[in-house]
Write a protein that binds this ligand. Structure first.
Ligand code: ADP
Length: 257
């Protein structure tokens, strides 16, 4: 891979951020945004200063998952910088707050827009910036990883065997960039009904990944109607139900990033 462009010239907007965490998945729809948002609000709940950068230009979920008062990003006309919007103390930037609809853009344009949004934002002093990565491991993801000095990556997947190959791709991309994958989150692992536990996508694929690639942590998230309902309502589950087992899982994840 190309030499990271942040080497020696860290974008100014990112210079006062202690940890940049990429939440990544190789396919869409596995719960990456759900994990990114709940992780961010868990860290904020632990007292950290947190921002979320929704880098999913084609399908930004942040505007649905949180409900800030101002839904349009403001510009600082003198400095030509972007002022993030905010919800419950977490700073937010998403293409979905840029005042345009879903984008029709080619790859290089997308990379440009993402880089501009990320690096010209006045993030200020943050303990954590959580990046909700676009799904996949292509050029857009690679450029993003090279612009932002990532401290750690969290990979979100579902338990199917099929997902294993994709996860491996993600782990390899981060390891090429020398970014440690600190955790795999296996989402939609199981659900409970009639006093029984069901595993609709099977079991074991996540532990195989963890073993094969030496990733230190594996977390399971259940299929939970409240998780999707809270995602749609604009208040993350860890905020609306901070004592749930799901919230505890996010606290454990928060400790290891
Ligand atoms: P991605 O970012 O990978 O595309 P999302 O986080 O947007 O995925 O999740 C896709 C949909 O699935 C959303 O409607 C979300 O609320 C729902 N969802 C994600 N994880 C769960 C879960 N564990 N239980 C129930 N619904 C979930």
């Amino acid at each position: 891979p190309a030499k990271p462009i942040y080497a020696g010239q860290l974008p100014l907007g990112l210079s006062r951020i202690s940890n940049i965490i990429a939440v990544s998945s190789c396919k869409g729809g596995v719960g990456k945004s759900t994990v990114a948002v709940n992780l961010a609000y868990t860290l904020a709940g632990m007292g950290a200063r947190v921002g979320i950068f929704d880098a999913d230009v084609y399908g930004p979920s942040l505007p649905t998952m949180v409900n800030p008062e101002s839904r349009i990003l403001e510009m600082n006309p003198e400095k030509k910088t972007i002022i993030p919007t905010e919800y419950m103390g977490v700073k937010l930037v998403s293409f979905g707050f840029a005042g345009q609809g879903r984008a029709i853009m080619r790859g290089p344009m997308v990379s440009g827009v993402i880089n501009q949004l990320l690096t010209t934002t006045e993030w200020g002093e943050l303990d954590y910036l959580v990046i909700d990565m676009p799904p996949g491991t292509g050029d857009i993801q690679l450029t993003l990883c090279q612009v932002a000095p990532l401290t750690a990556a969290v990979i979100v997947t579902t338990p199917q065997k099929l997902a294993f190959i994709d996860v491996a791709k993600g782990v390899r991309m981060f390891s090429k960039l020398k970014v440690p994958c600190v955790a795999v989150v296996e989402n939609m692992c199981h659900f409970d009904a009639d006093g029984k536990r069901y595993y609709p996508f099977g079991k074991g694929s996540g532990s195989e990944v963890v073993k094969q690639f030496g990733i230190p942590h594996l977390f399971d998230l259940p299929i939970r109607p409240t998780l999707s309902a809270s995602g749609d309502s604009g208040t993350p589950e860890v905020v609306s139900d901070p004592l749930s087992d799901v919230a505890r899982t996010f606290q454990d994840l928060g400790v290891c990033v």
